[in-house]
Design a binder for this molecule. Structure first.
Ligand SMILES: Cc1cc2nc3c(=O)[nH]c(=O)nc-3n(C[C@H](O)[C@H](O)[C@H](O)COP(=O)(O)O)c2cc1C
Length: 351
C-alpha cells in the first residue's frame, strides 16, 4: 500500500520533472486584448490591487494548492508562504488529509500561517471530506477559506485512486451549509463545464476555480507513478480559456478563479479581462522555488505583477474593473467550441 505521504513526494518530484514537457495549451493563445496606442495613463496611477475574501491583495494572483504532508515538504510550504507574504498575494496549501491522518506532519501546513500571519490563506481537502475534517483543516492554519478539490481524472489515472464518485454534490452542499468560511470548489487541471458550475451554484457554492487543462497534468504525473490510466487520459480535459468562458457564460453570481496553465502576465490579463476575479498558478511557482529559492520566487511573482500592469497600460485600463470592460477577441478553436456550445463570445469583442 502506497502511503499518502509518499504520494505527496512523488507528486512534487514528477510535477518538477514533467514541468516543461507538456505540449498542451490552455487556450489563451486564442484570446486577444486590443492594443490601445493612446492610453492616457501614467504608470504610477495603474492599480492592479483587489480585495478577495475581505483581504487586500497587491495583485489578483494566488499560489494555488501544491503540497504539504511529508516532513521533507515543510521547506516548500515555508518558501511559498514567505513569497506570498513578501509579494502580497494569496496562497492555498495542498491537501491537508495527510495531517488529519497523522498529526506529526501538521507543521508542514501550519508553517504557511506562521510565515504569513496576516495573508489570505486557503485550506484544501477533497470535496469528499466530512464537515469535521474540513473544520479541522480550516482551524489548523487559521484559514480564510477552504478549497475543495474535484479530481476524477487524477483518481482514475492513479494506481491507488478512487473509483466511486457518488454523493459528491450533496456532500459539497452539506459542507457549504456547515462551514464558517467561504468554500472554493476547484479542479486540479482538467477544467469544469458550465453544467458543473450551475450544479455547484445550486449546491450553494459561490467560489469556483475552473483549474483547466493545459498546464500541470495529473494524468501524466500519475502515469509516471505507475498509474492504471491509459495515456489518453492525459489528453482529457477542458482547456482553461474555454472552461473560464463556459463558467462565466452561466451569468451566475459566482466568483470565478482562473487557473491551469496560466504562465504569463498576458494569460493573467486575458483571464481577468474575460471576468475572472483572481488568477492562480501552481507548477511554475513550485519549480521557481525549488530552483531559485524563496527570493527567486519573489522576483518571479513581482515580474508577473509588473507584466500585468504593462498589459493594463497597453489596453488603457487604470484598474481591474476597467480591464474587465476592455474589448476581448475570442478566435480559433476556443471560439469554435464556445459557438457550438451556444455561448456568444462576440459580446466580448463588441464591448
Ligand atoms: C505538485 C503539485 C501538487 C498539487 N496538489 C494539489 C492538492 O493537494 N490539492 C489541489 O486542490 N490541487 C493540487 N494541485 C493542483 C494545482 O492546485 C492546480 O490546480 C494545477 O496544478 C493546475 O495549475 P498549474 O498549471 O498552474 O500548475 C497540485 C499541483 C502540483 C503541481
Amino acid at each position: 500500500m502506497i502511503s499518502r505521504k509518499t504520494r505527496k513526494l512523488d507528486h512534487v518530484r514528477y510535477a518538477l520533472e514533467l514541468a516543461d514537457t507538456y505540449a498542451a495549451t490552455s487556450g489563451f493563445e486564442d484570446l486577444f486584448l486590443v492594443h490601445n496606442a493612446l492610453p492616457e495613463l501614467n504608470d504610477d496611477a495603474i492599480d492592479c490591487s483587489c480585495v478577495f475574501m475581505g483581504k487586500r491583495l497587491r495583485a489578483p494572483l494566488m499560489i494555488n494548492a501544491i503540497t504539504g504532508g511529508h516532513t521533507r515538504l515543510v521547506e516548500i510550504n515555508q518558501g511559498l508562504a514567505r513569497a506570498a507574504a513578501a509579494t502580497g498575494i494569496a496562497m492555498a496549501v495542498g491537501s491537508q488529509q495527510a495531517a488529519l491522518d497523522d498529526p506529526l506532519v501538521r507543521h508542514t501546513f501550519t508553517v504557511a500561517r506562521e510565515e504569513n500571519p496576516d495573508g489570505l490563506l486557503l485550506a484544501n481537502l477533497s470535496a469528499q471530506c466530512s464537515v469535521d475534517e474540513a473544520l479541522q483543516a480550516v482551524e489548523m492554519i487559521c484559514a480564510d477559506g477552504i478549497q475543495l478539490h474535484l479530481n476524477v481524472n487524477q483518481e482514475l489515472a492513479m494506481h491507488e485512486g478512487d473509483t466511486d464518485f457518488r454523493g459528491v454534490r450533496d456532500n459539497i452542499e452539506r459542507l457549504v451549509k456547515s462551514l464558517p468560511v467561504p468554500v472554493v470548489v476547484k479542479e486540479v487541471g482538467f477544467g469544469m463545464a458550465r453544467e458543473v458550475v450551475v450544479a455547484l451554484y445550486q449546491a450553494g457554492v459561490r467560489y469556483v476555480d475552473v483549474s483547466g487543462w493545459g498546464g500541470t497534468n495529473f494524468a501524466a504525473i500519475e502515469g509516471k507513478r505507475g498509474g492504471k490510466g491509459g495515456a489518453f487520459l492525459e489528453r482529457w480535459g477542458i482547456p482553461t480559456a474555454i472552461s473560464l468562458l463556459e463558467a462565466l457564460s452561466t451569468g451566475l453570481p459566482v466568483t470565478i478563479i482562473a487557473s491551469g496553465g496560466l504562465r504569463t502576465p498576458l494569460d493573467m490579463a486575458l483571464a481577468l479581462a474575460a471576468g475572472a476575479s483572481l488568477t492562480a498558478i501552481a507548477g511554475p511557482f513550485l519549480k521557481e522555488l525549488v530552483e531559485k529559492g524563496w527570493d527567486g520566487l519573489v522576483c518571479y511573482i513581482n515580474d508577473l505583477i509588473s507584466g500585468l500592469r504593462q498589459v493594463m497600460m497597453l489596453t488603457g485600463a487604470g484598474d481591474l474593473a476597467a480591464l474587465a470592460r476592455k474589448p476581448l477577441v475570442v478566435t480559433g478553436f476556443t471560439a469554435e467550441w464556445l459557438k457550438r456550445r451556444g455561448v456568444d463570445v462576440d459580446v466580448y469583442a463588441r464591448r
